[in-house]
Every structure is written in C-alpha cells, then in structure tokens.
Design a protein around this ligand. Structure first.
Ligand SMILES: *Cc1c(COP(=O)(O)O)cnc(C)c1O
Length: 396
C-alpha cells in the first residue's frame, strides 16, 4: 500500500548525535535526553529505548504524565521531570519512581512532610532560577536553597538551572546566569551541601560553553540533529533524525492566466505543469504565507504555488516531465538538500525547528531506521522488546 505521506525517524542518527555530544564532554559526564512533547515529535518510546541502548543516563520529560507513560511502557532508567511538581503528584512520583524537580520552597517542604509521613525517601532535583524567570528558586536566596538541601526525606541528587539566551552568540545574559549559578554552587560546596549532580547545559550551552557543562548535559534539539544555534549550515556534525515525505496525487497543466489554490495568490504567466502533493497543514506542514518554500522532486527543487491547503500542496513541476502520480516527494530532508532542512524551513516561517517537529500530525505514518535496518512501529516494538501498555491501579 502506498501511503500518502509519512515521516522517517532515523535512530542511527540519534546514536551518532549522542556520540558527537559524548566526544565534546569530559568522560564521566552524564547525558540526559529530553523526550518531552513526544521527543519533540520524533516519538518518545522509540527515542527513549534507542537512547537507553546508546547508554544515555537520564530521560527528561516536561510533566509527570509524560513520565508515567514511559514507565507504563517499561522504561526503567531514571526519568527527570523538568517542570515543577504539585502536591497532587506526590503519590504518583513515589509509585512510578519518577525524579521530580522541586522549584519552590513550599512544595519542597510539603513533599518532605509527605515522605516522612509515609516513611519513604525520594530522589529529586532542585531548580534554580538564574534569570530566565520561568521555574525555580531565585539564586539570590541561598538561605532558602540551603534549607531545602538539608531536608531529611527529600534527597536532592541534583541541582540545575536553565539558560534563556545561550542560542544567541555572546548575549550578556548567558554570562550573568552562568556567574550566578557558579557562585551558588561554590557556596554550596563550601557548606558541604552540593548535590552530586549539577547541570545547566541545553544544546546551545553543550556546544558553545564547555566551561558550564558541570557533570550532566541536557541537549535536546542537538540530539535530534538540528543546529542549536538556529542558522544553517551547522558548524556541528549533527544528523537530523526526521525526514518528511509525501506522494504526488495528481499532475495537470495550468494555462497562463489561471490561478492555483485558496485565495488565488499564484497565477501562471505561462503554461505550467502542476503537481498536487499529499501534504498540508493538517499534517503539521506549516501553512505560513503563500508562494513560499520548495520541495524536492526527483532531485529537483520545485517551488510551492500559492497557499498550502489542509491535505495538499501544489508544486511547479514543469522541469520534471517524467513525474507520475504516486512518486515520492521530499518535503523535509536536510540530508538531501539544505533548502528543505528543518532549519531552512523554520527560517522561512520565522520559527524554530522545535516547533516544526513538535507539530507533525499523528496521521502521518511513521517509519524507523535502527542499526541499518528499516522498521515499522510493530517491528521496532519487538526489536526493542517494548512491553504492552500496563495500566497501574489508580489512586483516585
Ligand atoms: C527542553 C529542555 C532542554 C533541552 O533544550 P534544547 O534547547 O532542546 O537543547 C534542556 N533543559 C530543560 C530544562 C528543558 O526543559
């Protein structure tokens, strides 16, 4: 059966990118792979199992629900919940052995009380706000931070911060944040309170600021193979995991003076061969403006004509007389041509690769590549020995 469209996720590229990061960090430095938002749209189970086989130490999720889902599918390596937790989460954090991030004094104290009452302990990380002002305890409240690190049942194995501007070269706030964090860590060390794992580096920091790697790095976008500094071409030897492909559904000639697609934003100035391709914003391909962007057909770049529709996009294929319905089109494929890389498409749409990969619709069929072989999801599940979804007794 010819699928109308699909994405290909190359897990060998994930393995390559993990090695690329490993080559840049001192031996013994741990790696956390953020798999939040379904691994930035690449599939959190596929990426988590592949990452585990590649020796990644931690997985990172945004919320507890994402962590529980990994446990329900048998993931048994440490999972750090990067966002803040709330008291309603406490029983589940313990039951599913998920590592929470504590981001404020009140919740940390309540969690410690909860653990004491239940006569258990729990590992956790403490989030320090050094200037992003999203989550965390302000670095300039060291007394509060020290008090929390002394709690009896909440065992802080880690402490971390997050940078707001590391993807902008030489932004002064990166230096300010780094100094605030380093000063705090030094003070904690002196007080004998420094947790064993200290971390700060997202992808941009991992590649551009080796002096603030500490002993764990958390590169997301780079491990998925996109340039953390946004612009293309990348100075870093990363391989993109995702390709988006679609098929030609119909080919026809449009006469001079005729318009194509909603709003009639493109009008033929001469007789033009037009292919209608099965990809649209309903698949997560950004609609954007009109007459913007290209796709690769039989090795040639073909301009998009007019507006992207929900299920279809029209291309000028006048240069490809041999084209037939059913033929494959490269919609996103940075390895085939830089103009259809995630970075280039993001730039065209004034956004970032993260947003494009996160928005890929569920209706696209997914194919995987692992250790040089192609897999459908069912086969990959077998290869990785992913168990069936396990429903846990719910406490509510
Ligand atoms: C998502 C996330 C990262 C990864 O960021 P990238 O820019 O994708 O490298 C790192 N740390 C935290 C806390 C995050 O939430």
């Amino acid at each position: 059966m010819v699928r109308p469209n699909w994405i290909e996720i190359n897990l060998d590229s994930l393995s390559h990118n993990i090695q690329t990061v490993r080559d840049r960090i001192p031996p013994g430095t741990k790696i956390l792979l953020p798999v939040k938002a379904d691994a930035y749209g690449h599939g959190s189970l596929a990426c988590s199992y592949a990452a585990k086989l590649c020796g990644v130490d931690f997985l990172g999720v945004a919320h507890m629900a994402e962590g529980i889902l990994l446990r329900q599918y048998g993931i048994d390596i440490p999972v750090l919940i990067l966002g803040p937790c709330i008291p309603e989460d406490f029983p589940y954090l313990v039951e599913f052995q998920l590592t929470p991030t504590l981001s404020d004094e009140k919740t940390a104290t309540l969690f410690d009380d909860y653990l004491r009452k239940n006569n258990v302990t729990a590992k956790a990380h403490l989030k320090i706000d050094t200037g992003m002002n999203r989550y965390g305890i302000a670095a300039h409240h060291p007394e509060t931070i020290q008090k929390l690190l002394r709690l009896s049942h909440l065992k802080f194995e880690g402490i971390f911060t997050h940078f707001a501007t590391a993807d902008i070269p030489n932004h002064p706030n990166t230096e300010k944040q780094a100094q605030a964090f380093q000063k705090l860590i030094n003070a904690l060390e002196t007080a004998g309170l420094k947790p064993p794992i200290v971390h700060a580096a997202n992808s941009a920091v991992t590649f551009t600021h080796p002096e603030i790697h500490f002993n764990l790095v958390r590169p997301g976008i780079a491990l998925y193979g996109y340039n953390p500094m946004g612009n293309f071409p990348s100075a870093f030897p990363l391989k993109p995991l995702m390709k988006m492909k679609a098929t030609v559904r119909m080919i026809h000639d449009v006469e001079a003076g005729e318009s194509v697609s909603y709003g009639s934003f493109w009008t033929a100035t001469k007789k033009t061969r037009v292919a209608t391709v099965a990809i649209g914003y309903g698949d997560g391909y950004l609609r954007g403006n009109y007459n913007e962007g290209v796709m690769l057909v039989h090795g040639k770049l073909c301009p998009i004509l007019g507006r992207v529709c929900m299920d279809a996009t029209m291309l000028d294929v006048s240069e490809i007389p041999e084209l037939a319905a059913g033929d494959t089109v490269d919609v996103i494929n940075g390895e085939a041509h830089e103009q259809i890389s995630m970075e280039a498409i993001a730039e065209t749409h004034h956004t970032i690769p993260y947003e494009i990969t996160c928005r890929v619709a569920r209706r696209l069929y997914r194919k995987y590549r692992w250790q040089g072989k192609n897999y459908r999801w069912d086969a990959l599940k077998k290869e990785f020995q992913i168990p069936e979804f396990k429903e846990y007794p719910c406490r509510k």
